[in-house]
Design a protein around this ligand. Structure first.
Ligand code: CDP
Ligand code: MG
Length: 754
């Protein structure tokens, strides 16, 4: 039976491929190109390219008519009613209506910047319009159209949505590539990639020759990766004059991006159709904005007419908590109609994300009133995933942001006030379909010292990964790389220094063998170094599991109503030597459940472990393992009975994270010092460490009321001297404020005596 199924699947695939081929040929004919030109010898391509360009100039674009036939040309299957339902909606989107102008400008320019309000159809419609216009055929070759998104969630969401709109299977005609997942095939013409994934493709194919058009989405966010990609693409376009670049933005603030390209990239603005939004401010700053937010939702629900609510909160935890509170509250508000609560933030499973786009289910007509949807969201709903049909926006005015301190070389997430531009953007979401209201949970006067707009991320990030990638791509002189906004020279120098300490570049700034290996591993260079060193410490399998867990989502669930039970569950896995080892315990326990034939979701639920995090870690681990093996790293482990089993793992942690060591200063206060700058940090209360060890290697810092160490493990100071790079722990390099200085000094002299 299985064989039959396989055969059927194969047949289906062949059919799909054949139809795709047909579809392509049709397009090629439309472009006056012969099928046999597909495999042109190299030397002829250039000539042909010139001719093609001319042809393109002479042609007036003919946007295709919406399909009349009721058969899907891509699959041969008849269209379902849903296709027509969605098609009608799509055709009413502003981006669709602007397609004639859009295609004209695309044809006559190599770079185009397109601005349109969130939800106007940029992400979902423009790639399809390009495809319909035949942009996947270039120089007689079939090339893909690449759409780069700033987050895995946006990538996945766009890919799934377009598959739905075109009624094709993910991974056939349309697909996506994220950090640990590749759902594309050789025939995929619309490829949705995370920015990081495009970087990785550029390493293999520096001119990105598989693409005819590259779309960078959400350029106004100015993420670090998008910024650097713009620089790389600018170079690639000089070498490939036929490559088109389309930059999409949800905000008008794109002058800098336009000016960055040769001669200034032209701008197309998709007409807005926003309605007036009435803005209300709180009288005084709300101390507990979460409570205020929940109260405001309740107030809107009970007093305002029909219309969905969008609530902005900065942190994922708070969003979950607010959802819980609102669900409880909604029971008491039944008389005012059913309130359906949905969360939206990075890290949610994609199915849940899709649900926020669905209208509130109307089955439950309560008290004769229609249902109302409330979406509790992070900043991602500001532009990346704009939800339709919102009439009321409630804004806490805060955002979680990356901040980087080049001195400590640490990135931390901080909650800060949003920019004035963001505040406007959030407000405008209430007026997309009809006039709306925006309730700001802050007094107007508070905004006077808010920034006009956010600084590009590149100015507040650790650049280690980016610099390594640039080196790998052959940009040796990263300090003079053509950045849209150059990061501080200090941050660049720190990144180079860190890479040198990690052995990824040598003293002349050239990429090393380790550096090349690290580039292959889609994790940050410190984790990469840990994996590369793992065989030497005889803990490849364990380091892999820990790396996968560190890259995954938050593991521990902390439901508000079962706080104690959750803590007790966590304690069952706690390893007294540190959080990394606790993570390893959890991973092992999870795998054991599967091995024993149990349902892991039950195990996770019972122990307040996020099943999503575990599944994500499993996928990440498999992926990383394959790469490790392919670059010749051996899978060696120490026997579990061996007393060196855990010490080996802890040493391996130091081999990657020797730049993140803290030394105990005050046992009583639980205060530690960071080695390089002596900054005081505390142990985060969530740690599973049973005591306060004198030396700790840690994974990250979090800033709330104080600077906290998260995910730390006990180590021995001797290891620093043995494993750290030569000279890194020399006493003059350690801050005078840290007691580590004298401690390591003593250790060194004792050693030289002994
Ligand atoms: O990229 P942009 O913000 O311009 O809009 P889009 O993501 O292309 O979305 C166009 C429309 O499709 C919006 O009105 C969304 O609400 C809708 N959409 C949806 O229903 N489900 C999705 N997964 C994505 C978009
Ligand atoms: Mg978009």
């Amino acid at each position: 039976q299985q064989r039959m199924q396989q055969q059927m699947q194969q047949q289906m695939q062949q059919q799909i491929q054949a139809r795709m081929q047909q579809h392509l040929q049709q397009h090629m004919q439309n472009q006056n190109l012969q099928g046999q030109n597909m495999q042109q010898p190299q030397h002829m391509q250039h000539q042909q390219h010139q001719q093609m360009q001319q042809d393109q100039y002479n042609q007036t674009p003919q946007p295709p008519e919406p399909p009349r036939q009721n058969q899907n040309p891509l699959t041969g299957a008849p269209y379902t009613p849903r296709f027509y339902y969605l098609l009608e909606k799509r055709q009413r989107l502003p981006a669709w209506m602007a397609r004639q102008d859009f295609l004209k400008l695309m044809q006559s320019n190599q770079v185009l910047v397109l601005v349109g309000e969130p939800g106007c159809g940029k992400t979902t419609q423009l790639p399809q319009i390009l495809l319909d216009a035949g942009y996947h055929v270039q120089m007689g070759q079939v090339r893909a159209i690449c759409c780069v998104q700033p987050s895995p969630l946006a990538t996945l969401s766009a890919s799934l949505r377009i598959c739905e709109e075109l009624e094709v299977q993910v991974g056939t005609f349309v697909g996506h590539v994220t950090r640990f997942e590749d759902r594309t095939s050789g025939d995929t013409l619309l490829r949705f990639l995370t920015d990081e994934a495009l970087f990785r493709e550029a390493m293999e194919d520096p001119l990105l020759e598989r693409y005819s058009v590259i779309i960078l989405d959400e350029v106004h966010l100015r993420t670090c990766e998008t910024d650097v990609l713009m620089g790389i693409l600018k170079m690639v376009m000089q070498r490939r004059p036929e490559l088109k670049l389309l930059l999409l933005s949800s905000s008008m603030d794109v002058k800098k991006v336009q000016a960055y390209f040769e001669g200034g990239a032209p701008l197309l603005q998709v007409p807005n159709r926003t309605f007036a939004v009435e803005v209300f401010h709180c009288q005084d700053a709300e101390k507990d904005y979460l409570k205020a937010a929940v109260r405001t939702v309740a107030q809107v629900h009970t007093t305002e007419p029909e219309g969905d609510i969008l609530l902005f909160l900065p942190l994922e935890d708070e969003i979950d908590l607010a959802c819980q509170l609102l669900r409880k509250e909604s029971v008491h508000m039944m008389n005012f109609g059913d309130l359906q609560v949905r969360a939206l933030y990075l890290g949610l499973p994609i199915m849940e994300t899709q649900r926020v786009f669905e209208p509130a289910a109307q089955m439950k007509m309560m008290a004769g009133k229609p249902s109302r949807k409330v979406v509790v969201a992070s900043a991602i709903a500001e532009t990346s995933l704009a939800v339709d049909g919102i009439t009321y926006v409630i804004d806490a005015g805060l955002v979680k942001q990356r901040a980087y301190n080049p001195r400590t070389r640490m990135e931390v997430n901080v909650v800060t006030p949003i920019s004035k531009a963001s505040a406007l953007q959030r407000t405008s979401l209430a007026g997309r379909q009809r006039p709306g209201k925006c309730f700001r949970l802050y007094p107007e006067r508070a905004t006077s010292d808010w920034p006009e707009k956010v600084y590009p991320e590149i100015m507040r990030s650790s650049l280690t990964t980016i610099v390594l990638m640039l080196k790998r791509l052959g940009f040796d002189d990263v300090v003079h790389f053509d950045f849209v906004d150059p990061p501080s020279p200090e941050a660049l120098m720190r990144a180079l220094e860190s890479l040198n300490h990690l052995g990824c570049i040598d003293d002349n700034g050239n990429i090393t063998e380790v550096g090349n290996q690290a580039c292959r591993l889609p994790v940050d260079p410190q984790i990469a170094r840990m994996l590369i060193e793992a065989p030497a410490h005889r803990c490849s399998n364990e380091a892999l599991s820990i790396a996968a867990m560190l890259c995954s989502l938050p593991v521990w669930l902390r439901p508000n109503d079962a706080f104690r039970a959750a803590n007790e569950a966590k304690a069952r896995f706690a390893h007294m030597d540190g959080d990394h080892l606790t993570l390893l315990n959890v991973f092992h326990a999870y795998k054991q459940q599967i091995q024993d034939g149990h349902d892991p979701s039950r195990f996770c639920a019972e122990n307040f472990i996020s099943i999503r995090a575990m599944r994500h870690a499993e996928i990440a681990r498999d992926h990383l393992k394959r790469i490790m093996e392919s670059i010749g790293l051996q899978m060696i482990s120490t026997d579990f009975q061996d007393k060196e089993y855990y010490p080996n793992i802890r040493r391996c942690l130091v081999s990657g994270f020797f730049m993140q060591i803290a030394c105990l200063e005050s046992e009583k206060r639980g205060a530690y010092s960071m080695l390089r700058d002596g900054q005081e940090v505390m142990l985060h209360p969530s740690t599973s460490l049973g005591h306060r060890p004198e030396w700790i290697v840690f994974h990250e810092l979090a800033l709330s009321s104080k600077l906290f160490i998260k995910t730390g493990t006990q180590i021995k100071p001797e290891w620093l001297l043995d494993i750290g790079p030569r000279g890194y722990f020399d006493s003059q390099k350690i801050s005078e404020k840290s007691s580590a200085r004298s401690k390591l000094e003593k250790l060194t002299s004792r050693r030289s005596e002994g």
